[in-house]
Design a protein around this ligand. Structure first.
Ligand SMILES: *[C@@H]1O[C@H](CO)[C@@H](O)[C@H](O)[C@H]1NC(C)=O
Ligand SMILES: *[C@@H]1O[C@H](CO)[C@@H](O)[C@H](O)[C@H]1NC(C)=O
Ligand SMILES: *[C@@H]1O[C@H](CO)[C@@H](O)[C@H](O)[C@H]1NC(C)=O
Ligand SMILES: *[C@@H]1O[C@H](CO)[C@@H](O)[C@H](O)[C@H]1NC(C)=O
Ligand SMILES: *[C@@H]1O[C@H](CO)[C@@H](O)[C@H](O)[C@H]1NC(C)=O
Length: 471
């Protein structure tokens, strides 16, 4: 049996009988200082425990093969018509998607970048347009050559004026020419401009009448525009649109279209009751042409996580473009990578990582204008380097996945048709920000050390002081 006195001998906390201790004034003062010190250190320790700290590391991007990157954009082109604007995506793995329409909306805009109407729909027109197989017979000259001088007069004279805006160098204009002239001749014979006077087919050479073509926002050749009583602006549900013909380009189809066009216009002498006749053929081939020359393109595309290009250009299977006249100037309202993150989440995470999101939409509000001084054929290129940033919370829960980028832009002359190109490249490294784990036991240990330590320092110096006093 171990006697109780033996157990007592291992006591850490041996008691000094109270009558042997004595309270002194200096001891009390030092105790107060020690208590204040203790409180201060405790406050600091608590504050440290409660503040969130993070650690940042750079690691190899963990994305897997099947991951896609979403690119959101909102771009305004004051001098590119929605009629021809096409969004294409290509990448180094050979993916090539031309004329993306599903995830993209286009709006015709005026020079102040305000939309002029509802969404622009290009309509169900294929790129395979039938052309006549007539040979270019110089003898047939059915359509009237229009110039800036007689254009207004003639267009006001006829209820319907159909004009072929062409250039002599353009392949598609030259293919259209024989059929157009032949159709014009047939229409002229059937509906004599003097006697009937309802319709006239004309043509404008855009290499000669540059201003007239520009006024009508002609960007591709040939453009067949329908003018009704001097204006090709049609009242359509409260907003105005030009009318453009996109149908087949053989003589037969052209003649049929022209006849359909005037079917609803009664001749003063012989009021034809043609109300029942439906303009089906022309409704398909005809669609609103943009009233102004600009276009806003907004939407998103999904791309593989490899270097690639997002290209916006004028594109058409049946029109030619004049490279020196193309103007790819644009204003970027938004251009970002990755899933949209709600502002609330951003502001939440900003407490952790204050710099996050600063380079998320770097091109926002930037304007790229092609001024005349640079010359013709100006391509605008943006070179973007993208870095992924991931924030992971204390319990390994991914809080946010963000893509930041740097942008370098250039306006350069190119030998090809001008385009707007966004070249993107994803960094193989990603930034990983993790919230540091805080241990409660560590906090408690620190608190104990502070309390014990301060008390001891207080005790020891009090004793020391008193000993010194006694000696
Ligand atoms: C695109 O930008 C324009 C101009 O800044 C703005 O009015 C429009 O609402 C934006 N579109 C979207 C979908 O955010
Ligand atoms: C793009 O595709 C749409 C639908 O597939 C088509 O209607 C449109 O004409 C095409 N646009 C261009 C510029 O090729
Ligand atoms: C016009 O199209 C409608 C449906 O698109 C069809 O029901 C109608 O029969 C067509 N009319 C003529 C004259 O082809
Ligand atoms: C291109 O369009 C912009 C905006 O409309 C204009 O300021 C600029 O002068 C144009 N450039 C050329 C070469 O026509
Ligand atoms: C502009 O582009 C066209 C068509 O690609 C080309 O024929 C022409 O030489 C280019 N002009 C200049 C000045 O580069």
């Amino acid at each position: 049996m171990i006697s109780s006195s033996k157990i007592k001998s291992v006591d850490f906390y041996r008691k000094i009988p109270r009558d042997l201790t004595e309270a002194s004034l200096s001891g009390a003062g030092l105790s107060i200082v020690a208590a204040l010190c203790m409180m201060f250190l405790f406050g600091m320790e608590l504050n440290d425990y409660l503040t969130i700290s993070t650690s940042t590391s750079v690691i190899v991007d963990k994305s897997t093969d099947g991951d896609f990157l979403r690119i959101d954009f909102n771009l305004s082109f004051p001098a590119l018509s929605c009629e021809f604007a096409s969004v294409d995506v290509s990448d180094v793995l050979g993916t090539n998607r031309l004329n993306i329409t599903k995830t993209i909306r286009k709006f015709s805009i005026d020079p102040d970048l305000r939309p002029t109407g509802a969404e622009f729909h290009s309509g169900p027109v294929s790129n395979f347009i039938k052309h006549g197989d007539e040979v270019d017979d110089e003898a047939v000259e059915g359509s009237v050559l229009l110039t800036a001088n007689n254009f207004d007069k003639i267009s006001h004279q006829f209820p319907i004026l159909v004009v072929n805006f062409y250039t002599p160098w353009c392949y598609w204009s030259n293919r259209l020419k024989p059929s157009w002239e032949k159709a014009a001749k047939i229409i002229r014979e059937r509906y004599d401009p003097e006697m009937d006077g309802r319709i006239l087919l004309g043509k404008v050479d855009c290499t000669v009448e540059g201003d007239l073509c520009k006024r009508n926002h002609i960007q591709g050749y040939p453009s067949i525009r329908i003018f009704r009583k001097g204006s090709d602006v049609r009242d359509d549900h409260g907003h105005h649109d030009h009318e453009s013909y996109y149908g087949d380009r053989d003589t037969e189809s052209l003649v049929k279209t022209m006849e359909d066009l005037i079917a609803n216009i009664p001749l003063e002498s012989q009021r034809l009751a043609l109300e029942g006749k439906v303009e089906n053929a022309t409704e398909i081939a005809k669609r609103p042409a943009p009233l102004t020359g600009g276009c806003r393109i907004e939407g998103y595309v999904r791309v593989k996580k490899v270097p690639g290009n997002l290209i916006i250009s004028a594109h058409s299977g049946t029109h030619s473009f004049d490279a020196s006249q193309m103007n790819m100037s644009h204003v970027i309202s938004h251009f970002s990578f990755g899933k949209k993150v709600s502002p609330k989440v951003i502001s939440d995470v900003k407490r952790l990582v204050p710099y996050l999101g600063r380079s998320h939409d770097r091109l926002n509000g930037r304007t790229f204008i092609n001024h005349r001084e640079i010359g013709a054929n100006v391509t605008i290129e943006h070179y973007l380097q993208v870095v992924k940033t991931e924030v992971i919370s204390r319990n390994s829960y991914p809080l946010i996945e963000e893509y930041e980028y740097t942008a370098h832009s250039s306006l350069a002359q190119s030998f090809y048709l001008p385009v707007t190109k966004f070249h993107f490249e994803l960094s193989p490294m990603q930034v990983l920000i993790t919230e540091n784990q805080k241990s409660f036991s560590h906090f408690i240990t620190n608190v104990c050390a502070i309390i014990g330590g301060s008390r001891n320092i207080g005790c020891n110096s009090a004793q020391h002081y008193e000993n010194g006093e006694k000696n």
